[in-house]
Design a protein around this ligand. Structure first.
Ligand SMILES: [Zn+2]
Length: 381
């Protein structure tokens, strides 16, 4: 299948183009001499490159390179961000239950953002939420693909990915998806502009959790631009977004799987509360918009219910001793319009849950539960 990048290849500047075009033609003899010299130089350069490259591969295989610099990290995020629609292109069988469905798996946290840890305050804690999230996401990918789903992941390694980069990546993916599947999308001039803004949002937020510059996602409620994207995404019934997390609580007895989701009501209620109580949101510069209603109020709840029941069915120890479903306001769910949930699979703060997280067989069962929940959701739509 066609591969696409979310970030355009670096274009030559207009100046570079014009200087090339205006280059005078060299006279024939001089040209032949220059060509011979160029060929010799090219051979030498290729040899040197081969030597350097083989040295690099050898050293890298020995783990001899120091940790990535911040510029390398930024490059890695860009490469990773561009890969969300380039993953998993094998052809599943049409007889499989999730054939034709796409699941976007979003492994929470990453890079310097560990998420929850245990023991707390430890410089290099044994349990890091970000690692479990990624491990579970990979297992879920395997389980979902066996059932015929196409799976894409927002991160596939230990890279930092900010909260606002994730929905921006989802929007870009959905614009591509609509085009590929012949689904009526957004006007072309809007698409060109919004793609640029979303790329900027990812770029600006690439090194910090709260770098700001949320682009079309800024302020309370939803901008006109964002509503256009949401309305496209409501129609993409064959895509599910699942953010994979693990939880923490100072009450170490709390354990088990909770599933979080958003509705228009839960978003409005939370934003009104924040605007009233939090000085950041009551700042006059903060954009406050009218309440927006557009989501199917039951869709995310249904997905949350099926996923909760199938995960705890697969791993009964994950039946929680607190609320199973939580309706609230989470940026990765709020800022896009796909059927979406956030799984809080266990509590890193709970001893028994830590034991479950350390058991590879349990992780596989969790992943099977996630895949089964997707089947149940589609079977009951
Ligand atoms: Zn988390």
């Amino acid at each position: 299948m066609r591969r696409k990048a979310y970030f355009p290849k670096k274009e030559k500047s207009v100046l570079e183009h014009s200087s090339r075009r205006n280059e005078p033609r060299t006279k024939t003899k001089e040209a032949a001499a220059i060509r011979r010299t160029q060929t010799a130089v090219a051979i030498v350069v290729i040899c040197v490159l081969l030597i350097v490259l083989s040295g690099f591969i050898f050293a890298n295989s020995l783990g001899a390179f120091s940790p990535a610099s911040s510029s390398q990290i930024v490059t890695a995020i860009f490469e990773q961000s561009s890969s969300i629609s380039e993953q998993n292109k094998s052809e599943p069988s049409a007889a499989l239950p999730l054939f034709g469905k796409t699941v976007i798996l979003d492994a929470g946290h990453g890079g310097y953002d560990n998420g929850c840890v245990y023991p707390e305050g430890d410089e290099n804690p044994e349990y890091k939420e970000k690692d479990f999230n990624l491990q579970i996401a990979f297992e879920a990918k395997t389980a979902l693909e066996k059932l015929g789903a196409e799976v894409v992941m927002t991160r596939t390694d230990d890279s930092f990915l900010s909260i606002y980069a994730r929905p921006a990546m989802v929007h870009l993916y959905c614009l591509d998806y609509a085009k590929d599947h012949g689904i009526p999308s957004v006007p072309e001039d809007f698409e060109t502009r919004i793609r640029e803004e979303l790329r900027d949002t990812i770029r600006v937020n690439s090194t910090d959790i709260s770098a700001g510059c949320m682009g079309p996602m800024v302020g309370s409620g939803f901008s006109e631009d964002l509503i256009r994207l949401l309305e496209l995404e409501y129609r993409l019934d064959d895509i599910i977004f699942i953010s994979v997390h693990n939880n923490w609580n100072s009450k170490t007895g709390l354990h088990g799987t909770q599933v979080y989701f958003v509705t228009d009501e839960s978003i409005i209620e939370s934003e009104n509360r924040l605007i009233k109580n939090d000085p950041y949101y009551s700042n006059p510069d903060y954009i406050v918009r009218e309440n927006y209603y557009g989501r199917d109020p039951e869709n995310n709840r249904a997905l949350a219910r099926f996923l909760h029941d199938s995960i705890t069915g697969a791993v009964p120890e994950l039946e929680p001793n607190l609320r199973e479903l939580v309706e609230d306001n989470f940026a990765v769910l709020r800022e896009q319009g796909l059927a979406s949930v956030m799984l809080e699979l266990s509590f890193v703060s709970n001893e028994e849950d830590r034991r479950l997280l350390s058991d590879e067989e349990i992780i596989r069962q969790m992943a099977d539960g996630i895949a089964q929940g997707c089947i149940d959701y589609y079977n009951n739509r």
